[in-house]
Design a protein around this ligand. Structure first.
Ligand code: ZN
Length: 519
């Protein structure tokens, strides 16, 4: 038996303990999505991490599982997001459930219909296995009726749990139920004035002001069933857990208090809350929380322009309980670490492999690509800087000379080359300033060129000795000479190890590059 130590196994073991003795049915996992905006990297990370726990659980417990990707499309529109068209039209629908607002993009039946389609498209692109569930459909179909009836019969107890967490001024009128106004169609503008658990109805008046809109004044008695009313968010979460018997759901640190209350509510309804890890949120370069509406262009799609998706998964896999910064400069390091994991993967025994990130990222080790070349993201990046070329073919030619194994793994290498080219064009090139050497500097660089031409080196060490010899000859500190070399050749003040880089491009090519830059 392998030792299962990777974090998805730790989660899975807890889950196995939890569901023990509760029949042999399908174990349900859930992830939540708010369709007021487009799916972002946090959504991706949550689905990926949940999938890893799910696979770990199947491996440990050998039981069938299902992942529900739940979209809260009955939620009301609070404010118009900045990055959508037809903002004036949308402003008229503030307070209405997202599923009853027209699609500002004009291609789906509703605002949330559009966002839901994007979510599915997004999850499909990355091959996730999930069952999509719209909240609206679930309400209308009656999935929640049984739970809603329980909540109505225990409405005072639910209020007793929630009211202490609310501000004084909100307590008086607060209700777990939000009927959809039969006249204006808004959801949070309604205020419940009487509960009738005997026939599962309530009386409400639509007269509350929320998000800058006022209720229409409509008064009615209506059923709580089949989507005529929804419950507020923390109660809604509990209702889903109750209805679908969710056994596992992870959530971000920002939802700790909500989850506590939802857990109390689901217990009050007569079932146990799911378990799940609490993950840290992503931060931007400066250490600020990445906001959904702002983002900084660092989307999953954009990541795949510059790096293989597996490198992002690799980054997401490590320590989910630690805050991670997400910005473009981390891309090369992520890819290099991921490639290193691929190279190391064949060495350990099959039993040890189950704890390696790559095993989890590549479907329980089923799709791990073989990679044995020494080419890294940074190798290609350095090569592009020196060659100042954006031809993938030329780069491949150099890489094949540098490492004969490149031919064997050319699909992986080629993909990396294409992505580094994109990264190089968008992030590296705009910051480059190639130094023009003065007379004396030129003499030093040409002395280096002469050595490259005259002495064919037998090893990287012999190559590495060359710039030191030139620095000594001219009486300058080696560090200064290296800096000059990088500024002239790479347009930056640091660079790869000289010996390794020279064996990558070849002595002859480096000599002619030096001559070119000194002309
Ligand atoms: Zn109304």
């Amino acid at each position: 038996m392998p030792q299962y130590t990777a974090w998805p196994f730790a989660e899975a073991a807890q889950l196995a303990e939890k569901v023990k003795g509760r029949g042999e049915g399908v174990v349900v996992f859930e992830t939540g999505f708010g369709p007021s905006g487009l799916p972002h990297i946090g959504t991706f990370a949550e689905v990926a991490r949940t999938t890893w726990v799910r696979h770990a659980f199947e491996t440990l417990a050998g039981r069938p599982t299902k992942l529900i990707a739940f979209s809260d499309d009955m939620d009301g529109l609070r404010k118009v997001p900045l990055n959508v068209p037809q903002r004036e039209m949308l402003a008229e629908h503030i307070g209405k459930p997202l599923c009853y607002i027209p699609d500002p993009f004009g291609c789906h039946v509703s605002y949330s219909g559009h966002m839901n389609a994007k979510l599915c498209e997004f999850l499909n692109t990355y091959g996730f296995d999930y069952h999509f569930q719209s909240s609206h459909e679930a309400y209308v179909r009656g999935d929640f009726n049984e739970g809603l009836a329980i909540l109505l019969s225990k409405v005072e107890e639910v209020k007793a749990l929630i009211l202490p967490t609310l501000g004084e001024e909100k307590r008086e009128d607060w209700s777990p139920f939000f009927p959809i106004c039969g006249s204006c169609g808004r959801v949070y503008t309604t205020r419940v004035v009487a509960y009738h658990p005997q026939d599962n109805t309530l009386e409400y008046i639509c007269d509350t002001e929320v998000y800058g809109v006022k209720g229409c004044g409509h008064r009615a008695r209506a059923t709580i069933f089949n989507g005529k009313a929804k419950v507020g968010w923390k109660v809604d979460w509990a209702l889903r857990w109750y209805t679908y018997e969710v056994a596992y759901e992870m959530y971000g640190k920002d939802l700790i208090e909500s989850a506590k209350l939802s857990s109390q509510i689901v217990r009050l309804m007569g079932k146990e809350p799911p378990i799940g890890l609490i993950y840290e949120l992503f931060l931007d370069k400066e250490g600020r929380k990445i906001s959904k509406s702002v983002g900084k262009g660092l989307t999953v799609d954009a990541w795949t322009t510059y790096a293989p998706i597996e490198s992002l998964l690799y980054y997401i896999f490590a320590s989910p309980r630690k805050a991670k910064r997400l910005y473009w400069e981390i891309v090369p390091r992520c890819v290099d670490e991921y490639l290193d994991e691929l190279r190391k993967y064949p060495t350990p025994s099959e039993e040890e492999r189950v704890n390696l990130p790559v095993w989890h990222i590549h479907d329980r080790g089923r799709t791990v690509p073989a990679y044995g070349s020494k080419v890294n993201y940074s190798t290609v990046d350095n090569l592009l800087s020196a060659l100042a070329s954006d031809s993938a073919d030329l780069v491949m030619e150099y890489l094949e000379q540098y490492d004969p194994k490149v031919r064997e793994y050319s699909a992986v290498v080629r993909d990396i080359v294409e992505k580094v080219l994109n990264y190089y064009r968008d992030f590296v090139l705009p910051t480059k300033v190639y130094k023009k050497p003065d007379e004396r500097e030129r003499a030093m660089l040409l002395a280096l060129r002469d050595r490259l031409v005259e002495f064919p080196a037998k090893s990287e060490e012999e190559l590495q000795a060359m710039p030191f010899a030139v620095a000594k000859e001219f009486g300058v500190p080696a560090a200064d000479f290296f800096r000059l070399f990088y500024e002239v050749l790479f347009g930056q003040d640091r660079g790869p190890r000289f010996g390794a880089f020279t064996s990558l491009v070849g002595q002859g090519k480096l000599a002619s590059l030096l001559a070119e830059r000194c002309a």
